[in-house]
Design a protein around this ligand. Structure first.
Ligand SMILES: Nc1ncnc2c1ncn2[C@@H]1O[C@H](COP(=O)(O)OP(=O)(O)OP(=O)(O)O)[C@@H](O)[C@H]1O
Ligand SMILES: Nc1ncnc2c1ncn2[C@@H]1O[C@H](COP(=O)(O)OP(=O)(O)OP(=O)(O)O)[C@@H](O)[C@H]1O
Ligand SMILES: [Mg+2]
Ligand SMILES: [Mg+2]
Lengths: 165, 156, 156, 165
């Protein structure tokens, strides 16, 4: 399978809906400090089921909803959609295109969708099992975390190996 | 399960020993089970010796050397168990030009197997991208995507 | 002693509130005693709001914004209690060009009161140095000092 | 007072003796990864009395002695000297120039010198008290530590303020 696109709306600093299309090879994301690049990484983690607000640099999950700026009011809902091409059927489903969505309302209500159908996080995790796609994956290296593998104690480091094994 | 871990560990170890030499242009490195008798519980130790230097505790390595060693290990895990895409947020921050270039070459070698999303401030890293997205705030506090014009990279 | 701390704290706080605005080109920040009744035991909280953005927990700030905020606080402490010299090792690593430039200006403002030793990979930071030393290894594993030729900086 | 020079010999990667002269203003130290720039910072901390090998990225203090390379044998002694101009007498001593030295032998023996006279660390600390020069000073920011002030908990952060107060 491959990654096609991520759509971010009302999530962190992405007040307005923004799409990022991905193709083969290397996609670079650049820009000034504080403009939202790492927030895109957080969007990936969040839509794939990240449970820890701290791991997304927040204090509580509600911090993920755009909370206003000098020019805009706060949003009432955060939504991220991620779209995969599944023509090779590496995901165990008959859909040629698989979309995972996550929504969070300011009320605290939250939901996951799989191809626009309500789904449980459990179903989404099962779908991506053994594909290397997921929240705890060694394939997401957050800002400032690259040395983590060296600094962690030998037992913590073990966790990454267990996932790869 | 014990065997499964052992096989994966040996494979990652194999990759790491050559990946390190590739990224450092020499030297040697290894990963070692702290407790080979308790393979399912054992922590993992990293040993690294940059070219021309003596073997020492990895804490004595420089910032850039530590980043490069961690990158070598991560790419070894990635090589052992490929994922469709990998996201790296400013992993090149501590690298000088020469090491940034070596990192870039390794990434380019992996593009046949995976997609890479690389967040960076480094123009050397930008140069090896197949497409570049700019993220800026034209309105205060509101992120938008913009196109980027840069040297050889395609823009989006 | 309680009063002495209170005076120093208020002075640093004063400096921090204007230093932040200077480095960020606006916005506001503060340091707050978590426990004003237990002034000798109290922890210190940092509050920061970059220009145009809402006030949020500082953990949500970006890498570059965190670096700049920490620099603002350190320079405020430095302003409050000057030392003959300060050493900074790659504190500019996460800063983009615009913020690196702001950091440079602040350093230049302080040169009348202190000497600065700045270790950096950034050519923008190198440009504001009064002298530059290169440290390289011509023989493997052995550090030597070399002269550096660069743009406007004097060389040593 | 002001800093005049630091001399590093047999300390970490500085097998041969190297001097760095400092003048007014900003001195930049540049060079490739792994070549010894941060080791200069460690030399400053060490000569001013750093007691923790871990804080110098080592495991034990003997790690501070040049331990060889493919082209050189290990050194038997590490020495760092730091020289201050004291014409303004901000240091409570009649010397116009003050030199602090620290030596470490492979045997484990170590000594401090003040203007070439044997001294105790205690004497050196007393000399520099209230000058802002010293090991715990907020005026040394190590590589990767700049965010530390923000990440530390409010009580840890307090320690830096106490020194400044
Ligand atoms: N819920 C939210 N609502 C509005 N803005 C938010 C929210 N959460 C985070 N932000 C803002 O997002 C900004 C951080 O963005 P991000 O970390 O993506 O920056 P960056 O582009 O990675 O910068 P750097 O180059 O410094 O790493 C912060 O200024 C923060 O205030
Ligand atoms: N006792 C020692 N003997 C010999 N070499 C040592 C000793 N201690 C540390 N080193 C070497 O010093 C090197 C690290 O130097 P340093 O941290 O100063 O690099 P740097 O110039 O700051 O690089 P970077 O730009 O990556 O931060 C390591 O390669 C390490 O092996
Ligand atoms: Mg970032
Ligand atoms: Mg360094």
């Amino acid at each position: 399978m491959f990654l096609k696109r991520i759509t971010i709306a009302g999530f962190k600093s992405f007040c307005d809906r923004v799409d990022f299309e991905f193709g083969p090879g290397v996609t670079g994301i650049v820009g000034p400090n504080g403009c939202g690049k790492s927030n895109v990484v957080d969007a990936f983690k969040w839509v794939l089921g990240e449970q820890s607000a701290r791991s997304l640099r927040g204090r509580q999950m509600i911090d993920m909803i755009f909370n206003g700026s000098s020019s805009r009011r706060a949003s009432s809902i955060a939504q991220v959609d991620i779209v995969f091409d599944n023509q090779d059927r590496s995901l165990p489903t008959d859909f040629e295109e698989v979309t995972v969505s996550r929504k969070l309302y300011r009320s605290g209500e939250s939901e996951y969708l799989l191809n626009q159908q309500a789904a449980r996080l459990k179903d989404i995790r099962e779908l991506f099992m053994d594909t290397g796609v997921g929240v705890d994956s060694y394939s997401v290296i957050e800002q400032g975390r690259v040395d983590g593998l060296l600094q962690s104690n030998p037992v913590e480091r073990r966790i990454i190996f267990d996932e790869a094994a | 399960s014990r065997d499964r871990f052992k096989i994966a560990f040996e494979q990652i170890r194999d990759h790491f020993r050559s990946m390190f030499r590739k990224l450092f242009g020499g030297g040697r490195a290894d990963i070692v089970l702290e407790n080979p008798d308790e393979i399912l519980e054992s922590g993992i130790e990293i040993v690294a010796q940059p070219p021309g230097k003596e073997l020492q505790v990895i804490s004595l390595m420089s910032g850039g050397e530590k980043s490069l060693t961690a990158i070598a290990l991560l790419m070894s895990i990635f090589q052992s168990k490929p994922a469709p895409f990998a996201i790296m947020d400013e992993v090149d921050a501590a690298l000088d030009e020469a090491n940034n270039d070596r990192f870039n070459r390794i990434i380019r070698e992996f593009v046949t197997q995976s997609q890479f999303i690389v967040i960076t401030h480094s123009k050397w890293t930008m140069n090896i991208a197949d497409r570049l997205y700019g993220v800026t705030m034209q309105e205060p506090g509101v992120s938008t995507r913009v196109s980027v014009k840069l040297g050889g990279a395609n823009v989006a």
